[in-house]
Design a protein around this ligand. Sequence first.
Ligand code: OAK
Length: 802
Amino acid sequence: MGQPFNSEKFRNSLVNYLNHLGYHNPTTSQQPLWQAVCLAIQDQLPKTSPKKAFASRHVNYLSMEFLLGRLTLNNLQNLGWTESIRNKLQEYDVQLVDLLECEHDPALGNGGLGRLAACFLDSMASIEQPATGYGLNYQYGLFRQSFTQGQQTESADDWDRDHYPWFCQSPIPAVEVGFGGQVHSKNGILQWIPDFQVIGKAHDIAIIGYRNHHQQPLRLWHASHPHPFNLKAFNLGHYANAESNAIEAEKITKVLYPNDNHAAGKRLRLMQQYFQCTCAITDIIYHHRQAGRPLAELPKYEVIQLNDTHPAIAIVELLRQLVDLYQWEWADAWQLTQQLFAYTNHTLMPEALECWDLHLFKRLLPRHYQLIEQIDAWFSATLKNHPDKQHYKTSNALLIKGHGKIRMANLSVIGSYAVNGVAKLHSRLVTEELFPEYAKLWPTKFTNVTNGITPRRWLLMCNPKLAELLNDTIGEQWQHDLSYLQSLENHLDNASFLQDYQDVKQSNKNNLAALIAQTTGIEINPEAMLDVQIKRLHEYKRQHLKLLHILALYQQLKTHPDPNLPPRVFLFAAKAAPGYDLAKNIIYAINQVAAVINHDPAVNQQLQIVFMPDYRVSLAEKIIPAADLSEQISTVGKEASGTGNMKLALNGALTVGTQDGANIEILDHVGAEHIFIFGQTVESARQLWQNEYHPEQILANNPQLQDILTLLKDGTFAQGNKQAFKPLVESLTTAGDPYLVLADFASYLDIQNKIDVRYQHPTTWFRSAAINTARCGIFSSDRAIRDYQQRIWLSDAQRIKG
Ligand code: OAK
């Protein structure tokens, strides 16, 4: 049930806002009109949600990233007001679709981890799990990407946060956050006197549940200085110095670090983390006390979920506040802390596991450093009677003084009562490979919650034609409970349903073809198989394996033209971290190969390559409904879960994938006939790595691979420049191919041949596509949140009662 929409009130608010913004009629330019429309919608939202009795604790979801994507249509849809607003705007000759394009994606995240946080907020509001999201209000989000002669160029993403209309006024007290300084002892009481203070101010975005009158905040903190202007310095003529405080403080929330699956290790990043955590912990305690509840009861009412280790300092900050501000005994404070935190691990990649330099940490947070030493000592003491205590201590301590490091993953495990991975395989590897000793010490701490995606954004909103077909075929219940998609199974032998399903896909492909032509100038064949790989660029995600496949086809067609090979459009979209040279070289290689192939009449009727620039949520929403084939080809054991794999399968793309992350669960649910699995298993890959993998032998035995690498080395795709793709070629050869690209190459080509054969039978293909839709209900983030409730968030008392 949607909320009632008051058309008259909306009109009045709209006119008022336009006047306020200096425009005097609604047929004004689109940008201010979009802002006025959003503000007028906000005027109709109730200020608080109705109070209900809740089954589980209030969740505080701490994340350095929330990759929200555009909110306007999402909010309208969740409120049930889309049609009313569309009609109202038509009275002024304004098209809602055009207006929606005015919204700049709020891109406060890099990829998987940040987008998962956004899906979880939507689900928690929709299934009424009380929650607050805590993050940072970055001035610049993830960089914008364009291509200059095939190379990635980055520019700042100014999303104009000061005029973003979905922020709402939040009467939340500002928080003081200190950095640096000394710890003094006064009458036996330790006192931290920081030497630099900043102020955290909260900016809330209301997360609106699906048709349930429910909303809850995403609270984003913005750093400023309590004394932004120094009049004394100004009067002395030090004009630049007069504002230096403000500039220093503002730096903290200036920009999102653009690393995905990689730790930055920079002082400013640590400042961001600490700033965010202090604001969140202070706010949580403030609200708890405002409700008249004693501090000791925090774990009865609250849980703090850490989205990877980035907010792990919150553990130490809570301990500090309890000990230093509320004068708790250390042991009591530590016990309470351990009952409050839960930690989700999102990667096993060694370079992403955060280790802070001890000296940097100590200079910036001297009091927290002392507390970490105490936690380390506590951990050693728990091992007192352990038979293998020396080994356990060295491999599990959170401080490694010899190396001058603090290990944040270790802190997160020691300080939390629950630890989870994000897909079955990943959770197993978390216990077997990442934390084997902790898992033996505390076996019940570890669990799995497989990721999910919100069906509101990733089906209902991005694929309205499929949503309508589903409504007409099985009713609307799937919108509230995605497992209802199962009932599509009853229609799989209905030829007219399958034809409609296929028509929806074709129409989505036609729309995407128009967008591709507009943004890249490339006219794709909309009838061709649309083969997509859309995700961050990373060696472990293996966009270069896809490139080798394309080169194999190119070579094959050049030497043996084959009119029976079904035409394919290969679509890539991916950003590379600005400092990741090899990833940038892969982008360059794909673009250069595309430029040659797309202009070669000998092959371009069958092969076309498009690299869409500036991959972001709003672009994903246009690609996903149109895709036929979803490339999920990571090196086994490296992709923790993946969520793009779920979005694409739900929207009827067939997956070609390795037995990695949630691909395995997609396989379990859709069935082996309706997915294409290839490559090494975790076990066989482990053996390869253990027995020294020899990619040069694979190369020596495979002339096709040799020819492909020659193409990359002989300047064919780089106007004769033989060095253009050196980093890429070296990674596969002299660098030892650490991501097993060559090991999986033959099996990848083999499965791709099978895919070509299958695509030539549209009835079987689209039946499999519809089966993917029918069987992917399990990947709703509503289910994932219910799993968190059951496995992690219910307090012991609630679990026993329930
Ligand atoms: C980013 C930075 C540091 C650590 C992890 C990440 C990250 O984005 N991990 C991704 O999280 C997703 C959500 O759980 C998973 O689906 C991806 O597999 C994982 O790479």
